[in-house]
Design a protein around this ligand. Sequence first.
Ligand code: ATP
Ligand code: MP5
Length: 272
Amino acid sequence: MANEFPQALTIAGADSDGSAGMEADLTTMFTLGVHGMCVLTAAVSGNSYGIDAAHNMPTDFIAQQFKTLAADFKIRAAKTGMLSDSELIRTVATNVKAGTFGPLVLDPVIITKHGAMLLEESAYETLRQELIPLATVITPNFFEAQKLAEMDITTDADMVTAAHKLQDMGAKNVLVKGAHHDGDQDEVRDFALLADGTSFWLSAPYVATEHINGTGDTLSAAITAELAKGNGMADAFRIAKQYTYEAIADPIAVGHKFGPINHWAPKMTRLK
Ligand SMILES: Nc1ncnc2c1ncn2[C@@H]1O[C@H](COP(=O)(O)OP(=O)(O)OP(=O)(O)O)[C@@H](O)[C@H]1O
Ligand SMILES: Cc1ncc(COP(=O)(O)O)c(N)n1
């Protein structure tokens, strides 16, 4: 009998162009040497220009997927992606609480690189109440941190304040991703706040490319994969940031606008 292989779960929407969502999550987990599984929450019809349509899965089917996977696999870490609305968030929260899926990485997907909104504004409060308290880690981008912490973020000090607010809401560890879309900077910095109160900045060179669809999914899926392998939180953050940077830094020519990042570039396969 083979040794038990690290297994992780993504609770996410499918992105038809393969750049973000479930596809980015499973690709990242595969590349980092973890077997990835999926509870499908929604599906979008998208290409590198934008998203043309989206559909949610029925909540009873979402609940069934959790039960089917829990009946068999030893899932060591899980993450969330596109959750669309309050009903879906509640379904996911109920089923996460009922199962043993290890640490939960909450990627609070609200907006895509093309500006499509993947979470209804009326659901922000449900996310705060139902899912943030269950989160071992939350990984909001700049925009999501502003919405969830209900504050403007313009300085490093604001990022730190937002991270503490999210921790006060119940997320144990927080990674607030810095803004990077204006191109007037030479580095992108994310702020990490750990459960024990320690904190640090993660920095990488700014890459001037439009091939950045799925960066947030990739970062949170890489954190999930590293936690599934047994790495500590700070190491998981650092490895995930490096993996994502390397995948952005060597773009591939796929699509005409916001194309996918390059998961063949990182030289980190099965890094422990
Ligand atoms: N152009 C870039 N150059 C270097 N690093 C980048 C660039 N864009 C994003 N990153 C990094 O990628 C990671 C993901 O952050 P990002 O803010 O893109 O997530 P996101 O907005 O949730 O992604 P998405 O829009 O795909 O949902 C962060 O560590 C961020 O610093
Ligand atoms: C189905 C789906 N889920 C999530 C995202 C956002 O991904 P990211 O935050 O990585 O840009 C997306 N574009 N599509």
